[in-house]
Ligand binder design. Structure first.
Ligand code: FE
Length: 245
């Protein structure tokens, strides 16, 4: 069966990465919840997608330039007053559920990794005793490796941007992944074919898809029988998976 991951807590259904989105996702028949983690200036871990505050909050500028005391006063757009959550708060929303935590370890503005961030995220999961139900992902292969060197999750995944897949080619993507000891790839849904899924699996790697946000993309990934995909429409994905069963 293909697992479904509610992307940013179901970003087309509820305000992304909000308590509202996570509490609603916790009630769904999904296997995973995806969310994004940045550091604050004072070393806390917060759940927000962008490296800057402008798009999804009433604040401005880089997330990592502010302390939690200031960030916690900002309102997430569309939530009716909710603030952003700490990583620990998201963990507690899902602790009573069987849903796997699928964390994306983010980088700072201009795609510069935050020093020590990946290791800190991994150690936070270890401290919260949820490593064995966590999947660590990043678009930066070095970030995935840094996290896993600090604490080993149930699974770790390199998310590959289409440009990277095109520029270095699938064979090099696979070689880099295996060379780094990473067991799984996540490719953008439009970059996946039956042949590519077969090639990745033949190399001994798991295969997932991302950005499956409409009925056509969801149908495609269900037909390809990938291991997992992320979707902003978990409701649609659940319905389409049920209809195929
Ligand atoms: Fe993400």
């Amino acid at each position: 069966m293909t697992d479904i991951a509610s992307h940013r807590g179901g970003a087309l259904l509820w305000p992304e990465n909000s308590r509202l989105s996570f509490e609603n996702t916790a009630k769904l028949a999904v296997e995973q919840v995806e969310f994004d983690v940045h550091p604050t200036r004072d070393g806390k871990l917060v759940v927000i997608h962008d490296s800057t505050l402008d798009r999804t909050t009433d604040g401005k500028g880089p997330v990592a330039a502010q302390d939690w005391a200031a960030l916690s006063t900002l309102v997430l757009k569309g939530t009716g007053g909710q603030r952003m959550l700490l990583l620990d708060e998201v963990i507690e929303i899902f602790r009573p559920t069987p849903i796997v935590l699928r964390l994306e370890i983010k980088c700072g503005p201009d795609r510069v990794p935050y020093p020590g961030h990946a290791a800190r995220v991994a150690r936070a999961l270890e401290q919260a005793k949820v490593l064995d139900r966590s999947v660590l992902t990043s678009f930066q292969l070095g970030t995935v490796c840094e996290a896993v060197a600090a604490a080993r999750p149930m699974k770790h995944v390199w998310l590959v941007l289409p440009d990277v897949q095109t520029d270095i080619g699938l064979a090099n993507v696979i070689a880099s992944t295996k060379g780094a000891g990473v067991p799984m790839l996540g490719l953008r849904q439009n970059m996946l074919t039956a042949e590519i899924v077969a090639t990745v699996r033949a190399a001994g790697l798991g295969i997932g898809g991302w950005a499956c946000n409409d009925a056509a993309a969801i149908a495609k990934l269900l037909a390809l029988e990938v291991d997992v995909f992320t979707t902003d429409r978990p409701d649609l994905a659940i319905a389409q998976r049920r209809a195929r069963a």
